[in-house]
Design a protein around this ligand. Sequence first.
Ligand code: AMP
Ligand code: ZN
Length: 139
Amino acid sequence: MENCIFCKIANGGIPSRTIYEDDDFRVIMDLAPATKGHSLLLPKEHYKNIYELSDGIAAKALPLAKKMAALISERLGADGFNIIQNNNEAAGQTVFHFHMHLIPRYNDDGQKLVMIPQEMTDAQMEEIRELIAMPDMEG
Ligand code: AMP
Ligand code: ZN
């Protein structure tokens, strides 16, 4: 992808603060970190989002995220960890090359990654469950 900044960064065409690299991935420090150590896990191959991600890269991404979470947490003394992954504008994606945010958290970091709970009736919950359940799931 010619005009994709994360393609260029992941493949070394643009310098970045890299903390890990292998044949499939590069992990870099986020330019505008939410907390100390906020990093981004980038596949070298271009996938726009999770809908397009190959099964092979998907299968490798979480073990790597797990390894990086442990490493970053240990080195920086984190008290917790968020992994966030945005897909499409509606979900806050701003760079359209699949990436996972690796965000170490600290008891006093003052950061808020907020989810606002919505009111749902039991009937609404059941209607939604039926829409999103895998086939053959019992109620
Ligand atoms: P998202 O909103 O999930 O698409 O996240 C994009 C993230 O990429 C943001 O946290 C940005 O701070 C980060 N970002 C954008 N450009 C760069 C860059 N050149 N190097 C490092 N991080 C970047
Ligand atoms: Zn790309």
